[in-house]
Design a protein around this ligand. Structure first.
Ligand SMILES: *Cc1c(COP(=O)(O)O)cnc(C)c1O
Length: 341
């Protein structure tokens, strides 16, 4: 199957599995798993942060971060389409009593910083307390501009907001911009990074931050049921991913460009922005719901998995380490065949 639904579908290869099988392990809740400690040290250094904490998922890592920054009755400012707001089941509100203040995202994936400043509420008992600005990088595949990060930090500091980054795909951003990942993460008070996306580990995310914030997050992780035991077996996959699968993300970006060009040649597809963003291509269609389902079914019958229809009748296509240049040619052919029928 050519699976273009997401980079989360990547599976561990033989070398990664060997690293997992050979991992030294201990009880990580007792702080005794050397492989977890190695992974946490390694990613904290990469991110230019003091410490890191291993989580089973990015959702839990983001949630623990929000809970560590904010109290009940506080709010965080976030993009309307950000994962922490839209795709995490409202966890911060449900479990933390933390109110989101979503703002519409600009075309380049940034939040307009004047609008952020306007959204900060004055200290008045009518209002929730504005506490945190949460950004996401990449967002919709777009890497946030480097100079924007400095300006966002300045606004956050001026208004006494903490600064969190959902960096699920931060390594894609670093590769796309040709910078060290720490240049994209060091300004933030906390950064969540996924190992289970393009990096190809089966599971795992890390929250990177100052020691005091990590200490708070450790308590929340316990409360959320994320304290894990001999989990070095999974951390080993993460270490392997960081050592072997970072540079090759460039390949995924090239494949996404190839895919965008192939989609542009299909009359019924319109490539959003006319190009790929890191490892993602968004295609606008004029298909009805039924026609879209028929396209998906045709694709599946021919060995191609396509994701669901997003708002605005958009199809998201994602490249990853299990997608080759030939797969892309074939995928475009399968879609073109559907329209030819
Ligand atoms: C995948 C993802 C997460 C975390 O997802 P999990 O499936 O919980 O690991 C968080 N933010 C973004 C932007 C993501 O793409």
């Amino acid at each position: 199957m050519i699976d273009l639904r997401s980079d989360t579908v990547t599976t561990p290869g033989d070398d990664m599995r060997r690293a997992m099988a050979q991992a030294a392990v201990g009880d990580d809740v007792y702080g005794e798993d050397p492989t977890v400690q190695h992974l946490e040290r390694k990613i904290a250094d990469l991110a230019g942060q003091e410490a890191a904490l291993f989580f089973p998922s990015g959702t839990q890592s983001n949630l623990a971060a929000l809970l560590s920054h904010c109290q009940r009755g506080d709010e965080y400012i976030v993009a309307q389409n950000a994962h922490t707001y839209r795709y995490e089941a409202g966890g911060a509100a449900v479990l933390g009593g933390i109110q989101p203040q979503p703002l519409e995202c600009e075309h380049d994936g940034t939040l307009d910083l004047d609008k952020v400043a306007d959204a900060v509420k004055v200290d008045d008992f009518h209002f929730a307390r504005s506490r945190l600005l949460a950004l996401e990088n990449t967002i919709g595949g777009k890497a946030l501009p480097l100079d924007y990060l400095a300006r966002a930090e300045a606004v956050a500091r001026r208004h006494n907001l903490g600064l969190h980054l959902d960096g699920a795909r931060i390594f894609n951003a670093a590769v796309a911009l040709g910078v060290e990942v720490s240049q994209l993460t060091r300004r933030f008070d906390s950064v969540s990074i996924c190992l289970s996306k393009g990096l190809g580990a089966p599971i795992g995310s890390l929250l990177c931050a100052r020691h005091d914030l990590i200490d708070r997050a450790r308590r929340w992780r316990k409360m959320l049921g994320g304290g894990m035991r001999q989990v070095g077996i999974l951390a080993a996959a993460g270490i392997y991913a960081l050592e072997h699968n970072r540079d090759r993300l460039q390949q995924d970006h090239l494949h996404a460009q190839q895919l965008a060009a192939a989609c542009a040649a299909i009359e019924q597809f319109k490539v959003v922005d006319g190009k790929a963003h890191t490892n993602m291509v968004f295609v606008a269609t004029t298909l009805s719901e039924n026609e879209f389902a028929a396209l998906q079914a045709h694709a599946k019958a021919n060995g191609l998995l396509l994701g669901g229809r997003l708002g605005g009748n958009i199809l998201r296509l994602v490249t990853h380490k299990q997608i080759s240049a030939q797969d892309i040619t074939k995928a475009a052919q399968i879609c073109a065949e559907f329209f030819a029928q």
